[in-house]
Design a protein around this ligand. Structure first.
Ligand SMILES: Cc1ncc(C[n+]2csc(CCOP(=O)(O)OP(=O)(O)O)c2C)c(N)n1
Ligand SMILES: [Mg+2]
Length: 565
């Protein structure tokens, strides 16, 4: 960018965003960020501002945008309540490694610390949930700090960065504004190269394995190494299991796909975890939802852990080989060292486990008006690439387990924080990227009411988001826990719900409700064929529980297929 002279801090912020390739900012105005809004006004053709209905919506939309686009998402809000409303989304992005930059306005520098109107210590309270945060109190800092912010958000293990900018820094004049993108910070070394020794050790283990299993996580999607995953799996004839956030790394119909691991994962993926002899974990962090009882997790296996964040390697599971690296570079280095092999009886074991789950759980769920069935019909009726933006609860598990991810599809969901209400605003962000032919937002009746105000954003900008509401009139996952561990005392699990179709209709969004199995197929088809936003409420069985499940404290291979065994 050519240098600019005598511009305001606010103008510098806008130019920096444009220079970083930001085309969309999700935001909400207030007294302490109005100078930035005024500068956006004069750059309307270069940068788009999307007015959400609540700041939590802005940050989740930025996350949805980042995850769909593999670019940094940006949100911008005012100080005080605007800033505090961001906190959930920032923590969400931190746990799920989502690259976002959040800009908060702040009171003028001389008022800092005086409890001025709408002053809050956002730098203090966001410190533990940001990858980096910083308060800008002088316009002269804007260029270098913004460049750093984008570099930190997107590099290494991605994550949220927050910039708090005082109002006087937004109005000060900068005599000469120079902007250079950042790709190096002295005290920060995110580009880690895998060591030759560890690559060789991993290849030897994989070549000698009798029962290898690959477990893919979010890191595969973040580093874009889906092709390498597939190539390696096919060369070795190695089954591939996935974490919740790793879904869509490999298409579900690939005969090597073992399913999802973890608490409500697939039976085969969990059973094989405790039967494999080599477990290759790629871009995942062995979260408690994945491993069940840590003492009994894959003890028989030599674990190879490829992970970009050094603090994750050995944190929960001690690997035989730890490879601190971006997943793509590590797999690219391992691939040429791998010999072709086949593991016929191991793959047959997988098929047997899969058949057992089909007989006991999946077939039954697909024959009734249940969550899994509704999700499966969406995946059958969709044409073209689809982002499945799933909320939290039973509906999330049904989305993960019953959507048939094909090449080009992707899951976007709140994994680490489990934020109810995430999906509606995140699907707004995903819709803006135009990376997918369909954006399908799947929610429960509880979560939908947490961010229902974002229907206003969908209405205003005519976003073609398809909303599938799986309404069981319960906080279903809570009711399930009460069934399992609290003698079915459904204390505050049941919801008294409004007429959702009427509410959505009031926003001018096409809406309908289905309460029979026969009506499901044609209704889903109408939704998926419709050119624009659509809301479909499916009145699913009220007391369905999600199975299989790993009971609390049990090992992954002690998973229950049904309530009784
Ligand atoms: C913000 C937030 N509050 C509380 C919870 C705890 N929680 C997890 S699942 C769940 C129930 C979700 O109900 P609903 O949205 O109807 O989905 P269902 O499980 O019925 O599909 C609750 C309350 C949470 N994850 N997030
Ligand atoms: Mg519910």
């Amino acid at each position: 960018m050519e240098n600019k002279f005598n511009i305001t801090g606010a103008e510098a912020i806008t130019l920096a965003l444009i220079e970083e390739g930001v085309d969309t900012v999700f935001g909400y105005p207030g007294g302490n960020n109005l100078p930035i809004y005024d500068s956006f006004y004069t750059h309307e053709n270069e940068i788009r501002h999307v007015l959400v209905r609540h700041e939590q919506g802005a940050v989740h939309a930025a996350e949805g945008y980042a995850s769909a686009n593999r670019k940094v998402g940006v949100c911008m809000v005012t100080s005080g309540p605007g800033a505090t409303n961001l906190l959930t989304g920032i923590a969400d992005a931190q746990l799920d490694s989502v690259p976002i930059v959040c800009i908060t306005g702040q009171v003028v520098k001389p008022q800092l610390g005086y409890d001025a109107f709408q002053e809050t210590d956002v730098v203090g309270f966001s410190m533990p949930v940001t990858k980096w945060n910083y308060q800008i109190t002088s316009a002269s800092e804007i260029a270098s700090v913004m460049a750093k912010a984008f570099y930190i958000a997107r590099s290494g293990r991605p994550g949220p960065v927050l910039l708090d900018i005082t109002k006087d820094a937004q109005t000060q004049i900068i005599e000469k504004f120079e902007y250079k993108k950042c790709n190096k910070i002295r005290s920060y070394h995110p580009k880690l190269k895998p060591s030759e020794t560890s690559i060789n050790e991993a290849a030897t283990l994989l070549n000698n394995a009798q029962r290898p299993l690959m477990v893919v996580g979010h890191g595969v999607l973040l580093s874009g190494c889906q092709n390498e995953v597939k190539e390696l799996a096919e060369k070795l004839n190695m089954p591939v299991a996935s974490t919740l956030l790793g879904l869509s790394s490999i298409e579900n119909e690939n005969p090597l796909f073992a399913g999802m691991v973890g608490l409500h994962g697939n039976y085969a993926a969990n059973m094989m975890t405790n039967r494999c002899d080599v477990l290759l974990a790629v871009g995942m962090r062995f979260s408690d939802r994945v491993i069940g009882n840590p003492e009994k997790y894959a003890n028989q296996a030599a674990v190879i852990h490829i992970e970009i964040d050094p603090s994750e390697v050995g944190k929960i599971i001690s690997p035989a080989v730890g490879i601190v690296s971006d997943a793509k570079s590590a797999l690219q280095k391992i691939l040429p060292l791998i010999r072709k092999s086949s593991h016929i009886s191991w793959l047959n074991q997988m098929k047997e486990f899969q058949a057992k789950e089909n007989e006991t759980v999946i077939g039954e769920n697909l024959s009734k008006l249940r969550m899994g069935k509704a999700v499966r019909v969406v995946s059958e009726k969709k044409t073209g690439s689809t982002a499945v933006v799933a909320d939290v609860g039973q509906n999330q598990m049904a989305s993960a387990r019953y959507f048939n991810f094909q090449e080009g599809d992707s899951i976007i969901t709140s994994g680490g924080l489990g934020t109810m209400g995430f999906a509606l605003p995140a699907s707004i962000g995903a819709a803006y990227t135009k990376k997918f032919q369909n954006v399908v937002c799947i929610m429960g009746d509880g979560g939908f009411q947490m961010t229902i105000e974002e229907l206003g954003t969908i209405m205003q900008y005519k976003l073609p988001v398809k909303i599938l509401l799986l309404n069981n009139n319960y906080l279903g996952m809570i009711r399930q826990l009460q069934d399992l561990y609290y003698n079915s005392h459904y204390y505050f699990g049941e919801m008294q719900n409004p007429d959702f179709v009427k509410i959505v209709d009031a926003y001018g969004i096409k809406a309908e409700k289905v309460d029979s199995l026969e009506a499901l197929d044609p209704a889903v088809k109408r939704m998926m064929d419709y050119n624009g936003a659509y809301f479909l409420e499916v009145r699913v069985e009220k007391q369905e529980n999600i199975y299989p499940v790993i009971p609390a404290g049990k090992a992954v291979d002690e998973m229950l297929l049904t309530p009784n065994n």
